[in-house]
Design a protein around this ligand. Structure first.
Ligand SMILES: C[S@@+](CC[C@H](N)C(=O)[O-])C[C@H]1O[C@@H](n2cnc3c(N)ncnc32)[C@H](O)[C@@H]1O
Length: 283
């Protein structure tokens, strides 16, 4: 057999296939993929085709559409198309606000925080560090964090709580000492978040578009950052209506730096920079 025959033939992503991918991921996950993302979609999904030994996108998409969205390949399709960029203490101005908020509510413990696009875990662990540090030297109220994301692969990494040392390079030395363990031997170059932080967090898969969210908790704070940017306005409004029902009357909603919810003024009022509270009519 020649070397040529061992290579799989190059698969092509036609414009029609790309439009189909855009429509499928929009329907399933609310993600409005930009028309400029054809190369990204090609590179992410052609890997799936290689793993499955499929020869073309149309066949792959046909099969996906025929199978119910509860079939495992749908999860792989979604995992391949999400963008998971995140970091510890991203948008740092939010954490002093959270510290203050938790301190004011200490008497109402247990306190509950929801991080609804948790990605690889840097955000929920940042919330856990902030909550522990908020009560340093005082009797700390119980704080529980629910960390969800649609993408099961990132959640698996989040659960492990292990990161390359570069991911914490910009963190202050005291914070590093308090909250991380440095790897040695085979784990050199890695850090692990301390078990006290891990035990504050429950990781669960949750698609914000799902018709039923499986929790009836009302949260003291919701972090919904840098996920709404992937949704169109009608989808954002639907998700915001549901978030409003899961926030306590005096709870806070934290949004990403380029997200603004002024189109949902009946639901949320701006309280500070990208921090919202329930509008009077929604409380
Ligand atoms: C850019 S990351 C933001 C991570 C983190 N919140 C932050 O601000 O650093 C966006 C995350 O939203 C998740 N996501 C996208 N669509 C979603 C949906 N429909 N439901 C839940 N999570 C979703 C992605 O899997 C990804 O991990």
């Amino acid at each position: 057999m020649s070397a040529q025959a061992l290579q799989s033939p190059a698969v092509e992503l036609s414009q029609a296939d790309f439009e189909r991918v855009r429509s499928m991921i929009h329907r399933h996950a609310g993600i409005a993929l930009n028309p400029s993302k054809r190369t990204m979609v090609y590179s992410r999904l052609s890997r799936r085709l290689r793993v499955l030994g499929k020869a073309d996108f149309a066949g792959y998409l046909d099969e996906l559409e025929r199978s119910g969205s509860d079939q495992p390949e749908w999860q792989e399709f979604v995992n391949a198309l999400t963008t998971n960029l995140t970091s510890f203490f991203r948008e740092a101005h939010h954490f002093p606000v959270l510290t203050q908020h938790l301190r004011q509510r200490a008497a109402m413990a247990p306190l509950n925080i929801w991080c609804c696009a948790a990605s690889t875990g840097e955000e929920p662990y940042t919330l856990a560090m902030t909550a522990r540090d908020a009560f340093e030297g005082r009797s700390a109220p119980a704080v529980s964090i629910l960390a969800t994301d649609i993408d099961t692969a990132v959640l698996e990494r989040a659960r492990q709580g292990v990161y390359p040392i570069d991911a914490v390079a910009k963190l202050d030395a005291g914070l590093l000492r308090r909250h991380f363990l440095r790897g040695s031997g085979g784990s050199a170059g890695l850090v692990r978040v301390r078990p006290e932080l891990v035990s504050m967090i429950s990781f669960r898969q949750l698609n914000l578009l799902e018709s039923r969210w499986p929790m009836d908790t009302r949260f003291d704070a919701i972090f919904c950052r840098n996920v709404m940017i992937y949704f169109d306005k009608p989808t954002q409004t639907r998700v915001l209506q549901r978030l409003a029902r899961h926030l306590k009357p005096d709870g806070l909603l934290f949004a990403g730096h380029s997200e603004n919810f002024t189109h949902a003024r009946d639901l949320f009022e701006l309280q500070g920079k990208t921090v919202y509270r329930l509008a009077r009519s929604a409380a």
